[in-house]
Design a protein around this ligand. Structure first.
Ligand code: KG4
Ligand code: ZN
Length: 350
């Protein structure tokens, strides 16, 4: 273990996952996630007040488990400061301040989207002595980065760790949000992205015609899903019978168009900003067909090594802290009381 780097207890309560982890540099020593998805399912989306209550109920248990499994002394606490749901962020930040004060260690604030962006650089725990180091992928900077989640769809130029430029972003819904809404229109439940994927696997993606968003205007570097959503709603209304196969076909058509649009904008952008490798993070990376399309489009694509690093988690927060500390980019002597939530926080304003 490189003694130069501190071991970090990381906490994320930005949305509907109560998460804590222990990391050291890019190494993930523990990664505990208590999903609230089932509790929000009845509402068809995240209820902020319910999220806050559940975070409060679960945060201590999640931290205790992460610390126990981590099995090391904690030198620093890292917490998601934003973006996210204000009253949910608040719970993790208050707890992080308490823990940092109690242990007498510094507290560092981390941007949740930056953490998704850097999540492919996380490395697994070295379980056995003598095991060769699982080092982080060797990335040549500047590099490209993509975050596709329930709240974000952004293509970045990573000039170096800590310095990012947005190359393309959504002008309305995020990709995950659009997939969730399409699933809801089909009555498939919440969170819909993963269920839609399962349905789409059994469907014919060319069965129905759906418009391709921003067709011919990809140079504007904007993703857009609202028109596709409206067209999808109409298409569903037109169906006389929503039998199983029709639902599979509809799911397949929506998913294909949504991904096709994403890739077309990315391709257009990389024609102008030539890169052959890309880091990809965020919940939608769980989707197998998206991963396949991205692998086809780039020579090198870096995804997080584990599904537990794809959806919301705290290990990516700790790893982002580790990478930034390694690069001398974090002020590690902040007083815990100086850290406050920032529900809207762009990665360009770090
Ligand atoms: O990163 P994440 O857990 O939370 C945010 O920061 O938003 O992303 C959640 C999003 C949801 O929209 C969810 O439906 C989507 O990721 N998602 C998927 C899959 N699994 C989760 N979308 C498509 N296919 C999946 N298998
Ligand atoms: Zn997220």
């Amino acid at each position: 273990m490189n003694k130069q780097l501190p071991t970090v207890l990381a906490i994320d309560t930005s949305c509907d996952e109560t998460a804590a982890a222990v990391t050291h540099g890019t190494e993930v020593l523990s990664n505990i996630i208590w999903s609230q998805a089932a509790a929000h399912a009845d509402f068809g989306g995240v209820m902020p007040s319910l999220a806050q209550r559940l975070h409060r109920e679960r945060i201590d248990w999640v931290i205790e488990r992460a610390v126990k499994l981590g099995g090391v002394k904690i030198d620093m606490v890292a917490v998601t400061k934003g973006p996210g749901l204000a009253i949910a962020l608040e719970v993790g930040i208050a707890k992080a301040k308490g823990v940092a004060n109690k242990l007498g260690v510094p507290l560092v604030p981390i941007n949740h989207v930056e953490a998704h962006l850097l999540s492919p650089l996380a490395t697994p725990k070295l379980k056995e002595k003598g095991l060769k180091s699982n080092s982080s992928p060797q990335i040549q900077y500047p590099a490209l980065g993509l975050v596709v989640s329930g709240g974000h769809t952004e293509l970045f130029l990573i000039e170096k760790i800590g310095k990012y430029q947005v190359l393309a972003k959504t002008q309305d819904d995020a990709l995950g949000e659009a997939l969730d809404k399409a699933a809801r229109m089909l009555g498939l439940g919440y969170p819909g992205g993963a269920i839609l994927e399962k349905m789409a696997e059994k469907g014919d993606p060319s069965k129905f015609k759906l418009p391709l968003p921003m067709a011919g205007r990809e140079d504007l570097r904007l993703f857009s899903y609202s028109g596709l959503k409206t067209a999808f709603y109409r298409l569903i209304e037109e169906q006389k019978d929503l039998d199983k196969q029709t639902i599979y076909d509809l799911a397949a058509c929506f998913q294909r168009r949504a991904f096709e649009h994403l890739i077309r904008v990315i391709r257009k952008t990389i024609n102008e900003v030539p890169f052959d490798s890309i880091l990809v993070g965020g919940g939608v990376v769980a989707n197998k067909s998206l991963r396949k399309i991205l692998r086809r489009s780039f020579k090198k694509v870096w995804f997080p090594y584990s599904p537990k690093l794809i959806g919301d988690n705290a290990a990516m927060i700790g790893v982002a802290a580790g990478l930034k500390l390694g690069g001398g980019l974090l002020i590690a002597d902040l007083k815990p009381e100086e850290v406050d939530r920032k529900p809207r926080w762009s990665v360009e304003d770090l």
